[in-house]
Design a protein around this ligand. Structure first.
Ligand code: FAS
Ligand code: PHB
Length: 391
């Protein structure tokens, strides 16, 4: 089989890249190791920047998002048992973020791809990539017991943090930067109305971080920071709700509507970047190239901005016969990646309780939060990073 661009991975990065390339008439095939049911059942991110929303609408996968997504004009910070609103909309000249689950984004992109009749190989095992330092790269995989080969002009590594593409790059050709955080996020999804339907609530407390978010007006997403060695089985639903309430201000704690968890998991937190993001005819995008702690709600949105740059570069190559875009992709993407890494790291450092930290550290965090909520300059800086820096 042959195509112009072979995309490894059918997560948000791969699906969105495929849609952007198809819209420009560039042939692409997605090769995914999991089943379509597995991919579309993943529960992950929940907050979309306007640039991500615009891209999804632009590729014809935004109808449900526009109908069911919930725009948020503010975020709220809870510390010292008090809650403070940050008017994100007012501080950024009218920008908002939209609450709409990554699960739904994946559904919508998969449906659009299927409707366009585009080739997606699910349940591909033993995926390997070859000759990406030559003009004839190829991908090999096994499907239904048959060894298959896909020849192509370019390979887009959209296969996430544990994928095959980054690990296929010679060690000497890449530099990795990493910070692993000494705690995790215990997340609960429940079919209960969100405690704060129009604002994401971030909590700083001496017991640890908490976050109140949503997927719809009938489905809520909550998180509490937990020790990295915790296991989900240790946490009953009641223990989760009790801990969440302890970390919020009294008024909000009283308003929490609890219910049985329909999903409960612990996610580790890390900051990670590999440089460069291009190796010959192989390009990395999304989690395959970088990871951010979810505190800044940047992971999914960075994947979207990577593929915006990568699709523009590939379109320029095919339509304008210019290599300027693909030659500049890595540097352009990394400039935005590192700014998002900085924001996610700084908000994680500000909001979480680090093992071994004491009263002084808590006071410093509270003083910084007090400054942020009382300074227009500081809250503007937070707001403009939260809605997403210009593309
Ligand atoms: P993905 O990991 O989503 O997709 C990669 C795809 O490649 C997967 O479908 C995988 O099956 C496939 N693949 C892997 N190896 C392969 C191989 N060898 N061959 C073929 N296919 C292969 N971000 C936020 O902004 N907010 C959050 O709250 C948040 N929570 C998260 C919770 C968890 C548990 C995780 C893991 C991530 C979370 N993220 C969050 C980040 C997440 O949303 C990612 O940023 C987003 O999924 C990135 O999309 P992709 O780059 O497409 O990678
Ligand atoms: C979510 O809704 O899952 C969410 C919201 C904000 C974050 C992280 C996750 O910073």
């Amino acid at each position: 089989m042959r195509t112009q661009v072979a995309i490894i991975g059918a997560g948000p990065a791969g699906l969105l890249l495929g849609a952007l390339l198809h819209k420009a008439g560039i042939d692409n095939v997605i090769i995914e190791r999991q089943s379509s049911a597995h991919v579309s059942s993943r529960i992950r991110a929940g907050i979309l920047e306007q640039g991500t929303v615009d891209m999804l609408v632009g590729v014809g996968a935004g109808q449900r998002l526009l109908a069911e997504g919930t725009p948020h004009r503010s975020i709220e910070l809870v510390f010292k048992n008090q809650r403070h609103a940050i008017d994100v909309h007012g501080l950024t000249g009218g920008k908002v973020v939209t609450a709409y689950g990554q699960t739904e984004v994946t559904h919508d992109l998969m449906a659009a791809r299927q409707a366009a009749g585009l080739a997606t190989v699910y349940e591909a095992s033993g995926v390997s990539i070859h000759d990406f330092d030559s003009p004839q790269p190829s991908v090999r995989y096994v499907q239904h017991g048959q060894i298959r080969q896909l020849t192509c002009d370019f390979i887009a590594g959209c296969d996430g943090f544990h994928g095959v593409c980054r690990s296929s790059v010679p060690k000497a050709a890449a530099t990795e930067f990493e910070r692993v955080y000494p705690f995790g996020w215990l997340g609960v999804l429940a079919d209960v109305p969100p405690v704060s339907p129009h604002a994401i609530v971030y909590g700083n407390h001496e017991r640890g971080f908490s976050l109140c978010s949503m997927r719809s007006l009938a489905r809520s997403r909550y998180y509490v920071q937990c020790p990295i060695e915790d296991k989900v089985a240790q946490w009953s639903d009641q223990a989760f709700w009790d801990e969440l309430r302890r970390r919020l201000d009294p008024e909000l704690a009283d308003r929490i509507v609890t219910g049985p968890s329909i999903e409960k998991s612990i996610a580790p937190l890390r900051s990670f970047v590999t440089e460069p993001m291009r190796f010959g005819r192989l390009f990395l995008a999304g989690d395959a190239a970088h990871i951010v702690p979810p505190t800044g709600a940047k992971g999914l949105n960075l994947a979207a901005s990577d593929v915006k740059y990568l699709s523009a570069a590939l379109i320029e190559f095919y339509l304008d016969k210019s290599s300027a875009g693909i030659d500049g992709y890595s540097q352009r993407a990394l400039r935005r990646v590192w700014k998002a890494e900085r924001f996610a790291w700084s908000l994680t450092t500000l909001m979480h309780r680090f093992p071994g930290s004491g009263g002084f550290d808590q006071k410093i965090q509270e003083a910084e939060l007090d400054y942020v909520v009382s300074s227009r300059a500081a809250s503007t800086a937070l707001a403009e990073n939260y809605v997403g820096l210009p593309l």
